[in-house]
Design a protein around this ligand. Structure first.
Ligand code: NDP
Length: 453
């Protein structure tokens, strides 16, 4: 595709997207993530030929490389099992590739390309030197024994270890990859390379992990929400919050919401949601953490224990609230859900999960004046803390919890500031536009500096 200065913004967007869809057939999540970015970046670069002539957006949407490999392991009955592993190394213009690993049966190349693309912008927004990547496998850890998960992780890392390194690519956790999996993956990498380096983040505290990493994504999404509320002249005190998910991001988002005086009335998992009108408290949250991280049980057990409603097979967006935090997975809020949230009084949405809101649902929020924080800004606290874990590993030092909490809150404030700088429109902020442009500029400038690569 050659540079054509005569095209209008609409023609340029149409030409760009049709080329992308043609080159990446069937990858709907990837198309969605790119379209959401292109819709704000193409107007922004329209009068900036240095970006357009260098085809920065086209280069950003073609990953540096995609690695796909077979993962072969034995289950507890001695059956041979075969899964597919991936690592998408999207862009390393501003630092080593960085982004999580997802183990979930629905993982496809499209999922990981969308996540790696988003990660490139998110990592740029943190202000830390990290490029964008993402990986994983179509392996389902649910229902597997610890030994099976260990054998899978070891087989996965045996392949992945050829492609990662502390200065090359530093993976972390994501859906289905928590403390247990990171331990097995890191152990296998150490065994294979005979090196103890910060090649993964989200590690346990006894072997190079960072304080506050576990909490950082959820806390960060709430700090960002707090900043948006402040911008609107209000606070989280006394607000009712609807949260989806009950994993790493959801539980710590819930904890920080409670600490800031909000009432969290829902959590969910893939089987449904619980509605607790009294709201969560620390004891109930401790029950969830034990249920999900130790017993690996279902959210319905919360309803049984505390005598509240469990709504099977549904998501919590029908529950009246002031603020909503989708913290489970992509595309969990559709247009109808967004309409229900708006008509039930929701005034702000902060995306803890990656791309949980479909594009038409985002449009519903924006049209209704609901302040909306896209994931690449709102959930960047997790990867930011991973960046700080990398710094601590390189320097062989450990920072204190207070230090790290302060750094996390400063980073989230800076991201909010960047979004406001590029997204301000009259008396309100378009956070989608602000996050996309703010994330784009730094990566684009580095790419221009390198010439044609
Ligand atoms: P976890 O595996 O800890 O938890 C995921 C939660 O989401 C579980 O409650 C799970 O329920 C639910 N869930 C997963 N898939 C679906 C689905 N298809 N439908 C309904 N519910 C589902 O993952 P995380 O909390 O780490 O990640 C959640 C989201 O946050 C993801 O989008 C991830 O990419 C994003 N994120 C995570 C970061 C991190 O630091 N961990 C950093 C930045 C973003 P069930 O157990 O039933 O599957």
């Amino acid at each position: 595709m050659t540079y054509d200065a005569t095209l209008s913004v609409e023609q340029e967007l149409e030409r760009f997207m049709s080329g992308l869809v043609r080159r990446n057939p069937g990858e709907e999540e990837f198309h969605q993530a790119v379209h959401e970015v292109a819709a704000t970046i193409i107007p922004f670069i329209h009068d900036k030929p240095r970006y357009r002539k260098a085809h920065i957006l086209e280069r950003l949407t073609e990953p540096d490389r995609v690695i796909i490999f077979r993962v072969c392991w034995e289950d507890d009955e001695g059956n041979v099992r075969v899964n597919r592993g991936y690592r998408v190394q999207c862009n390393n213009a501003i630092g080593p590739y960085k982004g999580g690993l997802r183990f979930h049966p629905d993982v496809t190349l499209s999922t990981l390309k969308f996540l790696a693309f988003e990660q490139t912008f998110k990592n740029s927004l943190t202000g830390l030197p990290m490029g964008g990547g993402k990986g994983g496998a179509d392996f389902n850890p649910k229902g597997k024994s610890d030994s099976e998960v260990m054998r899978f992780c070891q087989a996965f890392m045996t392949q992945l270890s050829r492609h990662i390194g502390q200065n090359t690519d530093v993976p972390a956790g994501d859906i289905g990859v928590g403390a247990r999996e990171i331990g097995y993956l890191f152990g296998q990498h150490k065994r294979l390379t005979n090196e103890f380096t910060g090649v993964l983040t989200g590690k346990g505290l006894s072997y190079g992990g960072s304080l506050v990493r576990t909490e950082a994504t959820g806390y960060g999404a709430v700090y960002f929400l707090q900043d948006m509320m402040r911008e609107k002249g209000t606070t989280l005190e006394g607000k009712t919050a609807v949260v989806s998910g009950s994993g790493n991001v959801a539980t710590y988002a819930a904890q920080k919401l409670m600490a800031l005086g909000a009432k969290v009335v829902t959590l969910s998992d893939s089987s449904g949601y619980i509605y607790d009108p009294e709201g969560l408290d620390e004891e109930k949250l401790a029950f969830i953490l034990e249920l999900k991280n130790v017993r690996r049980g279902r959210i319905s057990e919360y309803a049984d224990k505390y005598g509240v409603t469990f709504v099977e097979g549904k998501r919590p967006w029908e529950v009246p609230c002031d603020v909503a935090l989708p913290c489970a997975t992509q595309n969990e809020i559709n247009k109808k859900d967004a309409e229900a949230l708006v008509s039930n009084g929701c005034v702000a949405v902060s995306e803890g999960a990656n791309m949980p809101t479909s594009e038409d649902a985002v449009a519903v929020f924006q049209a209704a004046g609901v302040v909306f924080a896209p994931s690449k800004a709102a959930n960047a606290g997790g990867v930011a803390m991973s960046g700080l874990e990398m710094s601590q590993n390189s320097g062989r030092i450990s920072w204190t919890e207070d230090d790290l909490n302060k750094q996390l809150s400063d980073i989230m404030k800076n991201i909010h500031h960047t979004c406001a700088e590029y997204g301000r429109e009259g008396d309100h902020v378009d956070y989608v536009k602000g996050a996309n442009i703010g994330g784009f500029i730094k990566v684009a400038e580095a790419m221009l500096a390198y010439g044609v690569l």
